[in-house]
Design a protein around this ligand. Structure first.
Ligand code: NI
Length: 144
């Protein structure tokens, strides 16, 4: 963990009151931790927009009785090669499978891969979550 810096910010009273309500609902103990998380979220959003390296977790629910679907999903993952770090498959019931695929790469290529799989016929639900390590969100330090 890096050293902490203290900073003060000025904002309108009603904006601060709204913020305090929000963080109380979310269970934060203090404003600092809530602000840190908001800043991390904003930095992650920027990393995703600018196609930086991120980690993606894709959750898929699909009907494995749809012809060729399981093979197509497996082929897409083999094609992506080293981008796929791990995949877990759970047979939910007679029809449905749940698959969680963890990928690492540039945000745009992960998004493309997820879109391709989500668009396959028989994939009924799915969601991609992009994240990153906290360290990767920090500004690169200047060398003197
Ligand atoms: Ni299955």
């Amino acid at each position: 963990m890096t050293e902490l810096s203290r900073t003060g910010i000025s904002l309108e009273q009603d904006l601060l009151a709204g913020f305090d309500h929000l963080i109380a609902r979310r269970g934060y103990k203090n404003r600092s931790e809530a602000l840190r998380d908001l800043i991390r979220e904003a930095l992650l959003g920027e990393a995703v927009d600018s196609n930086k390296p991120v980690v993606g977790t894709l959750t898929l629910v699909y009907d494995h009785h749809v012809p060729n679907l399981s093979q197509k999903l497996t082929e897409a993952q083999h094609h992506a090669g080293a981008m796929v770090l791990a995949a877990t498959h759970v047979h939910l019931d007679h029809h449905y499978c749940l698959e969680v695929i963890i990928m690492k790469g540039r945000s745009h290529e992960i998004q493309e891969m997820a879109d391709r799989m989500l668009a396959m016929r028989g994939v009924e639900l799915g969601k991609l979550v992009l994240t990153n390590s906290g360290a990767a969100l920090r500004a690169e330090s200047h060398t003197h």
